[in-house]
Design a protein around this ligand. Sequence first.
Ligand code: ADP
Length: 400
Amino acid sequence: MKILVINSGSSSIKYRLFGMEDCATHASGLLERIGEANGRLTHHVHGGAGEYRPWVQERAVPDHRQGLAWIGEVMRASRVLQGLGELYAIGHRVVHGGETFKAPALVTDQVIEGIRRAAALAPLHNPANLLGIEVAREFAPEVPQVAVFDTAFHQTMPARAFLYALPYELYEGLGVRRYGFHGTSHHYVAKEAARFQGRPLESLDLITLHLGNGASAAAIRRGQSVDTSMGLTPLEGLVMGTRSGDLDPAIPFFLAQRTGKSLAEVEKLLNEASGLKGLCGRNDMREVLGLAEAGDPNGRLAAEVFCYRVRKYIGAYLAVLGRLDALVFTGGIGENSPAIRARCCEGLAGLGILVDPDRNEAAADGPCEIQPAGAAVQVLVIPTNEELEIARQTLEIIAG
Ligand code: ADP
């Protein structure tokens, strides 16, 4: 039996097929450009003595329904899934669960209604996630489906961490509060950190740093999220590829007044033209570091602002937790850039956080510790695997 994980976006469907017993990946892929004449499906077959063959095909994909049908065809043709009868369950990534979903949920009509209600908080994401769920239910009505929410892990935050100092009725009436995102990733690496240490997660205080195109930090006390840097939306907190992260809240009004931009234009500027891209013209950290190495002053500044913001959050979350067992780096940047990891920890020796240069350079493939021997705080590099976490949670919900 197999578990299919689906991440349905507005114009794309990402998927991964796992074996149920060992949670090994059998296939994975990405369908892009749904709604266009030249939809593209990239499908990988895993396994078979390390064999790894991408299939790339193009054709018109008018909608998600036909998109999922095409994915099903390719799965059958590549012999990774002969029929729907082989599917034990389908797990779906859902961006926003609001306050309703504190854990993954078996999909029912009521759950679908809850996801639809939470769409008011994530109008770009939840409707696309929902489309994936509805189409999958239509194709496979017999297969149980589970919704796994990006916000759920952070639902343990106390009110002092999730409330903004705004009129309270805005929280009660409109749900304006911190929700946090990347929850599946923070939860996964926290569990992996516990496994690496050979200790129960419930005994650990952690700061997890998910540094990718989107970036967020979480303070985890005894295994539960008690604060996180993203807020009502994924715009708050750390500096990201194209998102500004924290700002003086008066800046949008200032920009609207001084540039004549509409609110929608300012929102776009903060989400799509800010962050690393805004500072130096590149949103990809490899290119930013390349610019910095070539002596470009804005490239240097962008990397510096990025790392400084991470350091501020490490300090803040250390104050939140009062103690720390481990600091965890994950995400494309956190997993792959020794230079950024070192700079994020610069000057933190007084707080017990140190990075050993040789261990940091050598860290690769799988959980690694990079602090020097005898350091008070373990510094870990742990590759995240959100799809695997969704598959495991799906399995837990159905088996449970
Ligand atoms: P997403 O948030 O889209 O899932 P990822 O977690 O894949 O993104 O992270 C993408 C980021 O990781 C990009 O900024 C990319 O430059 C960065 N990255 C990947 N490899 C390296 C590397 N070796 N050094 C520095 N940055 C890297």
